[in-house]
Design a protein around this ligand. Structure first.
Ligand SMILES: [Fe+2]
Length: 301
């Protein structure tokens, strides 16, 4: 099921009742993903034929990976590099002020700079050494169960294309800015990587209702989570870290901050918009890992 070049990694953590077999996982070879036309929000690039062609080309590289297991580095254009540089520079000051100290260090350790779009292959090499996490290219947004299930192999499905140049501050779907500026650095944290894997284990055992609960947990942590660090509240969620609008909002008086409580979070029905009215603060990534472990150990029993 896994392409050959993705070595199987022995999980450093175990969940007692993790008994779902690989056959229950959505097949990687024909992973369903959402077409640009099906996205719930307006896509600034949807009506630009040049952008669509380019996005299709980059998606074809991801498709090639799914068939061969080989990651092809994307030859990004100068325009695409310009979008990256613009967003990275806009985010820099906000990150310095509000990003979690771990994230800031991790971004540097992974060699993610403002100058150029990082390739999944180079980040994979470093992630592999640090926590055994890895990235697998994907063409677009996949459904919740498929996406979360792959975390079970310490694998995050990652897009490679970049948002449309007309609105560099906005994207209705994941893109390489969201992945590399938001998600990827956090996978160098052992507790966070283990936490992500637990979500993956949970997704493979979950009922439909539990998948929704895991989706909410993921949303309020991996996407929009805040953490206590050195006596302050900082951002570690990718949806916050990769958006200047969301970043400014998260640290304004317009947002309601709540202490993380698992039961509350898994029942908090959120709306998919680019501004979140409520955010949850965790005391540590280890706490998140321990709480989630307890939660998913109740699955399948
Ligand atoms: Fe995301």
């Amino acid at each position: 099921m896994l392409p050959d070049s993705i070595p199987s990694i022995e999980s450093p953590v175990e969940v007692r009742n993790f008994e779902v077999s690989d056959e229950d996982l959505p097949a990687f070879e024909d992973m369903p993903f959402e077409d640009i036309e099906e996205l719930p929000l307006d896509h600034p690039g949807a009506k630009d034929p040049e952008y669509r062609k380019r996005r299709d080309y980059i998606a074809s590289l991801a498709k090639n990976f799914r068939e061969t297991g080989v990651i092809t580095d994307v030859p990004y254009t100068e325009e695409e590099q310009g979008v990256w540089r613009y967003v990275a520079e806009e985010l820099e000051e906000l990150h310095r002020k509000h990003a979690s100290p771990f994230y800031l260090k991790a971004k540097k350790n992974l060699g993610i700079s403002n100058e150029r779009i990082p390739q999944l292959s180079e980040m994979n090499r470093k992630l592999g050494e640090l926590t055994g996490f890895r990235l697998a290219p994907i063409e677009g947004l996949v459904n919740t169960r498929s996406f979360l299930s792959w975390l079970s192999w310490r694998t995050m499905l990652s897009t490679q294309y970049i948002r449309h140049h007309s609105r560099p501050g906005y994207t209705p779907e994941p893109d390489i800015v969201h992945e590399a500026m938001g998600h990827i650095p956090m996978f160098t944290n052992q507790a966070f990587a283990d936490y992500s894997q637990f979500i993956g284990h949970g997704a493979r055992m979950a009922t439909d209702e539990q998948i929704e609960q895991l989706g909410r947990l993921y949303w309020f942590t991996v996407e929009f989570g805040l953490v206590e660090a050195e006596g302050e509240i900082k951002a570690y969620g990718a949806g916050v870290l990769s958006s200047f609008k969301e970043m400014e909002h998260a640290f304004s008086s317009d947002v309601e901050l709540r202490e993380f409580d698992l039961e509350t979070v898994i029942n908090h029905d959120y709306t998919y918009s680019d501004i979140q009215p409520v955010l949850y603060v965790v005391p540590s990534y280890q706490f998140l890992k321990d709480e989630t472990r307890r939660f998913i150990e109740t699955f399948g029993s």
